[in-house]
Design a protein around this ligand. Structure first.
Ligand SMILES: Cc1cc2nc3c(=O)[nH]c(=O)nc-3n(C[C@H](O)[C@H](O)[C@H](O)COP(=O)(O)OP(=O)(O)OC[C@H]3O[C@@H](n4cnc5c(N)ncnc54)[C@H](O)[C@@H]3O)c2cc1C
Length: 462
C-alpha cells in the first residue's frame, strides 16, 4: 500500500496536475448528485484526457485499493455517480470523463459517428443534425448528461417507443476494464458474431465493470415535419387504449408521454403557463410527438378524431408552439427539484415500469402508499413503456413506501428501474426482480473483470 500523497502524485503524473482536483471547493460539484440526496467525499477528482490515461489511473487506483467512481454529467438520479458517504474520503476517487468531448466526422453512408464518453446528448444530436441526420435518444437532461453516462445507465427518454434505449444506438464501444486493459471496437460493424459483445455487456453496467471512453453511435434520419398534441384522457386505462390506436394508426409516432394532474399543476406553476388542455378529474394528459418526412398532422388528427378516449386536444406543428407544449413534459423534473429545494428536503424518487395493462393498478397502489405515508406524490412518465416516475415530496418513511410500491411492481411483472438505473438507491430491492442465481452470476462476473473490486462499490450490489 503506497501512501496517500503517493497516489495523488502518481495521478498528477498521469493526467497533469491541473486535472487532479483536491481542493474542497473544486471537488464539491462532483461530490453531490443532481437530486441533492446523495453525497460523499473523495480523495481527488481525476480528469483523464485519453484512453491510456484512464488505463493508467485505473491501474494506480488498483495498486492502492482505492475505489473509482466514474462520472459523466452527474445527472444520474440513483446516487451512482458520486462518492459513497459511508466510505472514508481517502478510499475513493471520482473519475470524470468530461474531457472526452470529441465528436468524430459523421459517416453519412454508415449513418454512424464516434463520440467521446463526455460528449453530451445535446451535442451528439446537434452534430448529427448539422449533417442532416439525428440522434435516437433524447431526454430533458440532454445538455449535461453524457454519452458515457447514458450508456452506463442504458438511458431511455421520450423516443424509446420508436428508436429504443441507448443500447440500441450502440454500434461499437471502447472501454477500459478495471485492470487497465482496453476492450471493444469502434469499427461499427452492423453484424458480427465473435463471442462477447462488449457494448451489450457494458451497457447498463453503471460503471461497475469498467470506464466507457468512446462509442460508435448509430444515427437516425432527421424528420423535418413534426406535430405535437396535448390530449386529455378520462383514466389511465383510456390512455392505454388511445396508445394502442396511436401505435397502429400513426406511422411517424415518436413519443407518448404521460402527465398526471399532480405533475401538470406543478409544472404549470413552475413555467408560468396554463396548459391548453386540462385533464378531467381522475384523468391524465398525454403529450404525443410525431416526426416524419411528410406532415404527420393528418394521421394524428384522424386517430384522435375517431377515438372515444380523447377528452380535449391541442395540436401544434410550428416549432414555437410545439416547444411550448413540450415544456410541460420536459420541465417536470426541474419543477419537482425546485419544489424540493423550497421544502428543504430531497425528493424520494422511484422509476418503475409494468406491462401497460397493469399501469392503472400500479398508479392506484402508488397513490395509496403516498396517502398512507402522508407525502405528496408527483407521477409522470413514458406511457408506451409502462414507465412511471414516482416523485415523493416530504416523505416520512421511504423504506416502507418503497417496500409497498416496489413489492407490487414485482408482483405485476414489472421492474424497479426502467431507465434511471439501480445505483445505490435501489440496490437493496434488486432481489425483488432478480433471482439469487442471477445475482450470484452478476457478482461473479464483476469479480472476474474487477478482481480488486475497485469499480463503483455499492452500485448494483444488494
Ligand atoms: C432533468 C432530468 C431528466 C432526466 N430524464 C431522463 C430520462 O428521460 N430518461 C433517462 O433514462 N434518464 C433521465 N435522467 C437521468 C440521467 O440524466 C441519465 O441517467 C443519464 O444517462 C446520466 O448521464 P450522466 O452523464 O449524467 O451520468 P452520471 O450521472 O455522471 O453517471 C450515471 C452512472 O453512470 C456511470 N458512468 C458515467 N459515465 C460513465 C462512463 N464513461 N463509463 C462507465 N460508467 C459511467 C456512473 O458511475 C453512474 O453510475 C434525467 C435526469 C435529469 C436531471
Amino acid at each position: 500500500m503506497l501512501g496517500e500523497m503517493d497516489l495523488v502524485d502518481r495521478l498528477r503524473g498521469i493526467v497533469g496536475a491541473d486535472h487532479v482536483l483536491v481542493d474542497d471547493d473544486l471537488r464539491a460539484g462532483y461530490e453531490t448528485d443532481w437530486t441533492g440526496r446523495w453525497a460523499g467525499t473523495s480523495k481527488a477528482v481525476v480528469r483523464p484526457g485519453s484512453t491510456p490515461e484512464v488505463a493508467a489511473v485505473l491501474r494506480a487506483c488498483g495498486e492502492d485499493g482505492v475505489a473509482v467512481i466514474p462520472q459523466g454529467g452527474n445527472t444520474g438520479l440513483v446516487g451512482g455517480s458520486v462518492p459513497r458517504s459511508e466510505r472514508p474520503p481517502g478510499s475513493q476517487i471520482v473519475l470524470s470523463t468530461r474531457r472526452f468531448d470529441a465528436l468524430g466526422e459523421v459517416d453519412a453512408r454508415a449513418m454512424q459517428v464516434t463520440a467521446g464518453a463526455g460528449v453530451t446528448i445535446g451535442a451528439w444530436r446537434a452534430h448529427a443534425r448539422s449533417c442532416g441526420l439525428d440522434a435516437g435518444v433524447d431526454f430533458a437532461a440532454r445538455d449535461t448528461a453524457t454519452i458515457g453516462g447514458a450508456i452506463a445507465t442504458n438511458a431511455g427518454g421520450s423516443r424509446v417507443l420508436r428508436f429504443g434505449t441507448m443500447r440500441r444506438q450502440l454500434a461499437g464501444i471502447e472501454a477500459v476494464l478495471p485492470t487497465g486493459d482496453v476492450v471493444g471496437s469502434l469499427a461499427g460493424l452492423p453484424k458480427e458474431t465473435a463471442g462477447i459483445h462488449w457494448p451489450s455487456l457494458l451497457c447498463g453496467s453503471e460503471g461497475t465493470l469498467g470506464v466507457v471512453t468512446r462509442a460508435r453511435l448509430r444515427l437516425i434520419p432527421h424528420f423535418p415535419e413534426t406535430a405535437t398534441a396535448m390530449v386529455g384522457a378520462a383514466s389511465v386505462d383510456d390512455a392505454v387504449e388511445l396508445l394502442a390506436a396511436l401505435r397502429s394508426g400513426v406511422a411517424d409516432l415518436d413519443a407518448v408521454e404521460l402527465i398526471t394532474p399532480e405533475a401538470l399543476d406543478l409544472v404549470s406553476a413552475h413555467i408560468g403557463a396554463d396548459p391548453p388542455v386540462v385533464p378531467p378529474a381522475d384523468g391524465v394528459l398525454l403529450l404525443i410527438d410525431c416526426a416524419g418526412h411528410r406532415d404527420p398532422s393528418d394521421d394524428l388528427l384522424a386517430v384522435l378524431g375517431s377515438s372515444p378516449h380523447v377528452v380535449g386536444t391541442a395540436i401544434a406543428s410550428d416549432p414555437s408552439r410545439r416547444a411550448r407544449l413540450l415544456d410541460f413534459r420536459d420541465r417536470i423534473t426541474e419543477a419537482i427539484a425546485a419544489t424540493a429545494t423550497a421544502l428543504g428536503s430531497p425528493t424520494f424518487k422511484l422509476d418503475v415500469a409494468v406491462p401497460v395493462t397493469h399501469l392503472a393498478e400500479l398508479m392506484h397502489t402508488a397513490r395509496e402508499a403516498a396517502v398512507a405515508d402522508g407525502c405528496r406524490i408527483i407521477p409522470f412518465g413514458h406511457l408506451a413503456e409502462g414507465n412511471v416516475h414516482l416523485n415523493h415530496l416530504g416523505v416520512r418513511d421511504p423504506e416502507q413506501l418503497a417496500a409497498t410500491v416496489l413489492g407490487r411492481v414485482a408482483e405485476l411483472g414489472g421492474t424497479i428501474s426502467a431507465e434511471h438505473g439501480i445505483g445505490v438507491a435501489k440496490a437493496r430491492w434488486l432481489p425483488l426482480i432478480r433471482s439469487r442465481a442471477e445475482l450470484d452470476a452478476q457478482r461473479r462476473l464483476a469479480e472476474a473483470l474487477d478482481p480488486l473490486r475497485i469499480m463503483n462499490p455499492g452500485v448494483l450490489a444488494p
